[in-house]
Ligand binder design. Structure first.
Ligand SMILES: NC(=O)c1ccc[n+]([C@@H]2O[C@H](COP(=O)([O-])OP(=O)(O)OC[C@H]3O[C@@H](n4cnc5c(N)ncnc54)[C@H](OP(=O)(O)O)[C@@H]3O)[C@@H](O)[C@H]2O)c1
Length: 279
């Protein structure tokens, strides 16, 4: 079997794809921008490459059979030459996309995933799209507030089906190493829905501390997010998305279980796995 190239190999999902493939004895290359700084499992080859500089990807892609592709938060316009370079070398690609709840308008924060999916469909590669719900790991953003015992954020009643990053990786690994997934777009989610206020309670229980939720007015969150993200379209799109989960809880599927033959990991499991990050 030729190598599998994993992009985003040091990130939340990619690091687990790398280790799960390596554990299965599959030859895996990890694309990293700086090999001297990357911590990778034994036996995994680090290859240098930058997704914003497609010409740097050629050596990493040579002799590769399949690619686990992620697209970090930059504009989709730069994706075209990257997708072309991948298609020149690989027979198949598994793309970490996102689930877009409703047909999104142009401000949808996940719209660039739809553009990258379109680029991939146009190639001759066998493709599979992973469209996860929100990542449980996003709740690490509350870590400082959890330590203080109060999380202030908007939309405590927003109900989400957050997915463990290990499950996204396990589905990716399964799809990369078994047949029958070409042309599939898998909407993958956690096994249950929890409101944001409930998520905070579960994290508190895993950490052994009482933590309460306090609803922040959305306008206050908007100002905070504008200061850190800049782009008003992105901020408003994100706030609208979160608000929508109050009245339309996030989709839930049993696709993880269908593919892996075991239930998706619960948010409580995720919180226990990450308890040290909140202490
Ligand atoms: N968070 C969510 O709720 C959610 C939901 C659905 C979909 N998604 C999608 O999931 C993806 C993020 O996955 P993640 O959380 O696993 O990633 P992550 O933890 O944010 O890590 C980003 C990875 O991309 C690499 N990277 C960044 N810029 C790069 C570049 N120019 N060239 C090569 N590599 C680069 C980083 O490597 P370095 O070590 O070089 O920095 C790192 O390995 C995004 O596309 C996001 O839209 C997220």
């Amino acid at each position: 079997m030729n190598d599998i190239l994993v992009t985003g190999a040091t990130g939340n999902v990619g690091r687990h794809v790398v280790s799960q493939l390596a554990e299965a004895g599959i030859p895996v290359r990890a694309l990293v921008r700086d090999p001297s700084r990357a911590t990778l499992p034994d036996g995994v080859q680090a290859v240098r490459g930058d997704l914003t500089a497609p010409e740097t990807l050629e050596p990493a892609l040579r002799g590769v059979d399949a690619v686990f592709l992620i697209w970090p938060g930059f504009a989709a316009e730069t994706a075209e030459p990257v997708v072309e370079a991948v298609a020149k070398h690989a027979r198949r690609v598994v793309y970490l996309s996102a689930h877009v709840p409703a047909a999104g308008d142009d401000d949808e924060p996940t719209i660039f995933h739809q553009q990258v999916e379109r680029l991939i469909r146009r190639t001759g590669m066998a493709w599979t799209f992973l469209r996860p719900s929100g990542f449980a790991v996003n709740t690490l953003g509350w870590a400082d507030q959890i330590r203080q015992g109060v999380v202030r954020w908007p939309f405590g009643a927003a109900s989400r089906s957050l997915i463990h990053e290990k499950d996204i990786a396990a589905v990716g690994t399964h799809v990369l190493t078994s047949a029958g997934h070409a042309g599939a777009a898998y909407v993958i989610t956690g096994p249950e829905r929890l409101t944001q206020a409930e998520q905070v309670r579960v994290i508190g229980e895993a950490v052994g501390r009482e933590v309460r939720w306090e609803d922040m007015p959305p306008q206050e969150a908007r100002e905070l997010l504008l200061a850190s993200w800049g782009d008003p379209g992105f901020v408003d799109g994100a706030l609208r998305g979160w608000e929508s989960f109050v009245t339309s809880p996030e989709t839930i599927t049993d696709t993880v279980e269908g593919l892996l033959g075991r239930p998706a990991l619960a948010f409580r499991q995720w919180a226990e796995d990450h308890a040290a990050d909140f202490r």
